[in-house]
Structure formats: structure tokens, C-alpha cells
Design a protein around this ligand. Structure first.
Ligand code: HAM
Length: 424
């Protein structure tokens, strides 16, 4: 029997990885401009981290987390997201002692046992940023500006995107809001899906992000968190809106947006694509001012977002790759065509010299006819074919064919590097 990949966990093949690398490189450069430095945390964490951080009653922890005991019976989890891990590392390594705002970013695989569909996988990849150590709404605005900048940098049109924004207040506002939601949903209990009936008892906020049609209908006139904000949260939200206006960043207030993770306080947002259908959130984030404390650290406010690489690639996939992407996905610059076994050693030496000079070069190891090899060179997108026949080599030369123009020249072997370097 053939062994296949696990459902929802996909291979990313060479023709796709070039685009991934391009997008990753753009992300790294963009976040560096905003002062973020990379943090790499383990893929496996104690399950408790997410139960306490993300919340026991969230779908992510309750239904979707991969949990397993290790050989000593310690309950571990494949990380379903990275914010809790980053905050854990921030506490564990005392990064707060360095003063100022800690700006950390990450890229990597996350795992959720969800129903796989377009733009939704069980192993997926997130890029994300976390800024820890400030309550200033200007930082929320900067984080949202970074989200927009990333999209712009990747060439996505602003008109194809929109930002959903809400404030869900602080833990002091929450009980009143929760109560209001409970009161509102209680008469509709029977109409709710079984999950939402449970949510009604455990955490009625979660009903607002249920995808079920009937639940959404029922939730249409539900109380809005914005009407339950304390003075401080109200002022924070208003200030944020002021900064977004000043930056010229569009947003749509979305009173239903509560996000599926329990750590959020105040600001929550999602940047969505109009071209993605049901799974339209390219990225999502918000503030989590109580998370560090919940994980046993010093009280530290935080704000950040994470986006799904798969979705980004999906929306980018339909576009012309940028110049830089083109450089990454173009094939070898030179393709060597040794005619016989005897020329192979010389060919290997030339390959090594070209590569050391920064010229990408390759040759065919599959031992096909010269015509086939030339076809492969063209297929790989090589610009120059280097013919190394017995005759040419006996004169200390190779024949270079420009595959774009068809022009051929004989070049002394020792001058191949400067010859190719001199050509754009
Ligand atoms: P999240 O909304 O759960 O937030 O995930 C963020 C993004 O990851 C989503 O908007 C989506 O693009 C992508 N994503 C989530 N699940 C999947 C999946 N199964 N397949 C493909 N893509 C997916 C968080 O994870 C928070 N940690 C974000 C954050 C950072 N908040 C503050 N800081």
C-alpha cells in the first residue's frame, strides 16, 4: 500500500517553494523595517500553555489541538498558534527586563485539526508579529499599519482588501457584556447549534464567531461589545481610530468580530480579502493585555497579528510575480552540456567555478542525448547553454549559446566566469 501524506498536511513542491521563499523574504524585510526581530519557539509545547493562554473553551483548544502524552505521560501539544509560545518565551527568558517594547516576529508551521478546504489546512504556516510592553493605542495603529504595508509590498490592491475592526474591552467589561449576550441568546437556545448551546453556558462570546447560518441569523441583533466598554477602553478605541484616520488606513467597524481566542482584550482586527470566499481572513490579531499574567509572568500588555501563508500564496498566486520573485524562481543561469563521459571532470570543475563566482549553474546527470539535455536546459529556464564537446575542449574552449537570442560564441574555459558575469 502506498503511504500518503496525512489529510490536511500538504507538500509544498519546488515550483511553489520559490514563491514561498519570495513571500517570506518580503515579510522578513518588511517587519525588520518596523523594528521586529525573529524569535523561533518549539513546535511542541506543554498542552497547558494553550489551555491557559488561548482558552479551554475555544474551538482551537477544545476541538482542534493535537494533544498527546510523551513517554513520561506529560501532555504535549503541536502548537496551534504562536502568540502563547512567544509570550511564554518572553517570560521564561526575562525579555521584559531589557526595557522598552519587545518586538518579535516568527514564521513557521502551526497545527489545527480542522476540516481541510481551500485556504484551510491542518498543518498551515503563519507569519506573525508580537509587540510586548506598551498599552499605547499608537502601537495598535502601528501594528495595523504594518499589516497593510505587508500587503502593499506584496502588490495586493487595497481595494481587494478590507480591515474588520472591533474592541472587546477589558476583563472588567467582560462580565457585563457576557451577561448581556447570555440574556439575549437564552430565549433562542433551541435554535442554536449544539456547540453554541454549550457556548451559551461556557462562553457566550464564542457564539458570535460560529459559522452556522442559523446561529449567525440569531446573532444578528446581539448586543455589541462597543456598547459595554469602560471609559478607558472607549478612549483607547477612539484614539486608535484617530491614528488610523491620520495614517489614511480604511477600516470597517465589525461589532460581531470577537476572534476565536480568549486572550484578546480591547482591539481586535482582521484583514480580509474580497477574493477568498468563506476563509477570507488573510491575517488576524489584536491586543492581549492579560496574557503574560495568565501565563505566570509580570503583567505585560501586548498586541500583534498572524497571517496564514497558504492564503497569502493563494491570493498572490493569481498575480504576476514581482522582479525579485522572478529572480528566485528563474532557473540556472548556465546549463552545461558535456558531450561524453571524458568531459565530465572538466564540466564539474567549470560548474564549481561558476557557482563560486555566484553564477547559478547546473548540468544534466541523467545521461540523456544532447538534444534532450538542451530541452531540459530550456525547460529549467537557463539563459546560457555551455557545450563542452571533445573538439572545443581540446582547444581549451567551450561554446556558449544564448538561449534567448540564439547567438553562439566560443569562449576560453578560463574566461567563462568573467564572460558570463559581464552579461546581464
Ligand atoms: P488566528 O486568527 O487563529 O489568530 O490565525 C491567524 C491567521 O492564520 C488566520 O487569519 C488565517 O490566515 C491563518 N489560519 C488560521 N487557521 C488556519 C488554517 N487551518 N489553515 C490555513 N490558515 C489558517 C492567531 O493565530 C493569533 N495567534 C494571531 C495573533 C497574533 N493575535 C495576536 N498576535
Amino acid at each position: 500500500m502506498k503511504v500518503e501524506a496525512v489529510r490536511g498536511m500538504t507538500d509544498i513542491l519546488p515550483e511553489e517553494t520559490s514563491l514561498w521563499q519570495y513571500v517570506e523574504a518580503e515579510i522578513r524585510e518588511a517587519v525588520a523595517l518596523y523594528g521586529y526581530r525573529e524569535i523561533r519557539t518549539p513546535i511542541v509545547e506543554r498542552a497547558e500553555l494553550f489551555a491557559r493562554g488561548v482558552g479551554e473553551t475555544t474551538d482551537i483548544v477544545h476541538k482542534e489541538m493535537y494533544v498527546f502524552p510523551d513517554k513520561k505521560g506529560q501532555l504535549l501539544a503541536l502548537r496551534p498558534e504562536a502568540t502563547a509560545s512567544v509570550v511564554r518565551a518572553y517570560i521564561e527568558h526575562g525579555l521584559y527586563a531589557r526595557g522598552g517594547v519587545a518586538k518579535l516576529y516568527y514564521l513557521g508551521p502551526m497545527f489545527r485539526y480542522e476540516k481541510p478546504q481551500k485556504g484551510r489546512k491542518r498543518q498551515f504556516h503563519q507569519y506573525g508579529v508580537e509587540a510586548l510592553g506598551s498599552l499605547d493605542p499608537a502601537l495598535d495603529a502601528e501594528v495595523i499599519d504594518l499589516a497593510w504595508y505587508l500587503m502593499e509590498r506584496l502588490g495586493l490592491r487595497r481595494e481587494g482588501l478590507f480591515l474588520r475592526l472591533n474592541s472587546i474591552g477589558c476583563p472588567r467589561d467582560r462580565p457585563r457584556y457576557r451577561e448581556a449576550l447570555r440574556e439575549y441568546f437564552l430565549p433562542h437556545r433551541e435554535g442554536l447549534c449544539t456547540d453554541c448551546q454549550r457556548r451559551l453556558d461556557e462562553n457566550p462570546l464564542r457564539i458570535l464567531d460560529c459559522n452556522g447560518h442559523t446561529c449567525q441569523e440569531i446573532a444578528r441583533d446581539a448586543p455589541r461589545s462597543l456598547d459595554y466598554l469602560c471609559e478607558g477602553c472607549r478612549a483607547h478605541f477612539d484614539e486608535l481610530l484617530g491614528y488610523l484616520d491620520a495614517l489614511g488606513l480604511a477600516y470597517e467597524k465589525d461589532p460581531k468580530l470577537v476572534r476565536g481566542l480568549d486572550y484578546y482584550t480591547r482591539t481586535v482586527f482582521e484583514l480580509a480579502s474580497r477574493d477568498l470566499g468563506a476563509q477570507d481572513a488573510l491575517l488576524g490579531g489584536g491586543r492581549y493585555d492579560g496574557l503574560a499574567e495568565a501565563l505566570g509572568g509580570p503583567p505585560t500588555p501586548g498586541v500583534g497579528f498572524a497571517g496564514g501563508m497558504e492564503r497569502l500564496i493563494l491570493v498572490l498566486g493569481e498575480r504576476e510575480p514581482g522582479e525579485r520573485c522572478y529572480r528566485l524562481i528563474s532557473g540556472p543561469r548556465a546549463y552545461l552540456l558535456p558531450v561524453a563521459e571524458e568531459e565530465k571532470a572538466e564540466a564539474l570543475k567549470i560548474l564549481a567555478a561558476l557557482r563560486r563566482a555566484g553564477i547559478s549553474a547546473d548540468m544534466d546527470y541523467a545521461g540523456r542525448s544532447l538534444r534532450k539535455r538542451l530541452q531540459v536546459a530550456v525547460q529549467r529556464g537557463a539563459r546560457y547553454a555551455l557545450f563542452l564537446g571533445e573538439e572545443e575542449l581540446s582547444r581549451g574552449e567551450g561554446k556558449v549559446r544564448d538561449l534567448e537570442t540564439g547567438v553562439e560564441e566560443y569562449v576560453p574555459v578560463g574566461e567563462l566566469v568573467p564572460y558570463l558575469q559581464g552579461r546581464s
